[in-house]
Ligand binder design. Structure first.
Ligand SMILES: Cc1cc2nc3c(=O)[nH]c(=O)nc-3n(C[C@H](O)[C@H](O)[C@H](O)COP(=O)(O)OP(=O)(O)OC[C@H]3O[C@@H](n4cnc5c(N)ncnc54)[C@H](O)[C@@H]3O)c2cc1C
Length: 296
């Protein structure tokens, strides 16, 4: 398959920066490249090699040395905002943080203020319904343009069919679509709950700075935070080689220098085991652990 590069170092594609290579790799940078995707998808079906889509890699841990799937890195950027209709349209790889910042600075539109400081792309945010301080991606979402990986047909998925829930969507549950672009309606402020936290101060001064993907585990409930449970089992600040649960925010798993994915997994399992034993609670990953057998 000529379009794909072979044996590419993809360490930098995940924010954890654990050493990793991909056997097959393609970077999608232009709208015209979408045509090449159909070749890649049919080859992947013929050879029975699945595809992993990577945008900014701020929500995935590479748990392999050499990845046997095809890695497609999405780099298509462009967005537009109509001040009259208050409709925002964006391609998948635009950064949600920079859009939120520009909306405020250039258009006096502050409905996405909470997203200033939220790393990752539009596609990643939709896929996992990213959210912070009461605002979630689903709140102003209207629809997204997708390619069906089985039919290879383009279609539009409306909000009512997205099945958004806490850090999830139908796209994450089924893994059958590739997100091309999305539309948001920023005419109404809709929040899940009210928060008085100053998000810019939080991101700049209270959030750990090492390589991480933010909170590793989902909060079991609004009343019960994963960081609190990790603290209670004495893992806040715990470091195994260079894998560490932050001493500032215990649910931030970090690579402080040169951690391997094995070091990271060791610490994750330790937290799960201790929290289960102590509180009978099963911690669920918010970050996806990518392996050669599954992408959960
Ligand atoms: C410091 C820090 C703080 C964070 N704080 C928060 C927070 O407050 N709230 C929060 O919700 N998250 C937070 N996160 C996590 C992260 O910001 C979000 O999960 C983000 O939305 C992921 O976007 P991404 O582009 O990096 O996605 P990626 O990690 O590249 O991908 C995530 C998933 O989306 C899939 N995907 C990517 N592109 C496409 C596509 N075009 N079509 C189909 N599937 C696709 C991937 O296959 C993967 O399964 C934080 C991360 C960091 C590093």
């Amino acid at each position: 398959m000529d379009i794909l590069s072979k044996n590419v170092d993809i360490t930098h594609l995940s924010n954890y920066q654990t050493p990793a290579k991909a056997q097959w790799y393609f970077e999608l940078s232009w709208e015209d490249d979408i045509d090449k995707l159909s070749e890649i998808v049919s080859w992947s079906k013929e050879e029975n090699i699945p595809i992993l889509w990577v945008s900014w890699g701020t929500n995935m841990l590479f748990a392999f040395d050499v990845y046997e799937w095809i890695v497609v890195k999405n780099s298509l950027v462009w967005w537009t905002y109509d001040e009259n209709s208050k409709i925002l349209e964006s391609y998948w790889s635009e950064g949600i943080w920079s859009i939120a910042e520009s909306l405020e600075e250039d258009y006096w539109q502050d409905l996405w203020h909470r997203f200033i400081g939220l790393p990752g792309s539009i596609a990643g945010a939709i896929y996992g319904n990213a959210g912070c301080f009461g605002l979630e991606t689903e709140n102003n979402f209207v629809s997204c343009r997708v390619l069906g990986l089985e039919s290879w047909q383009e279609s539009i998925i409306q909000k009512k069919d997205m099945d958004f829930s806490y850090r999830s969507s139908v796209l994450k549950e089924t893994k059958k679509h590739f997100i091309i672009s999305a539309i948001f309606d920023l005419s109404e402020k809709i929040e899940k709950y009210h928060s008085d936290v100053d998000n810019i101060d939080f991101r700049e001064n209270k959030q750990p700075k090492w390589n991480s993907c933010g909170s590793f585990f989902k909060n079991p409930s609004r009343e019960q935070s994963a960081w609190f449970l990790i603290e209670q089992v004495w893992l806040k600040g715990k470091e195994i080689w260079w894998a560490m649960f932050s001493d500032i925010h215990a649910n931030f798993l970090m690579n402080t220098w040169d951690a391997s994915h094995q070091d990271m997994l060791h610490l994750i399992e330790m937290a799960k085991k201790r929290v289960k034993e102590e509180f009978n609670i099963d911690l669920i990953n918010e970050v996806q652990i990518i392996t050669n057998t599954k992408n959960d």
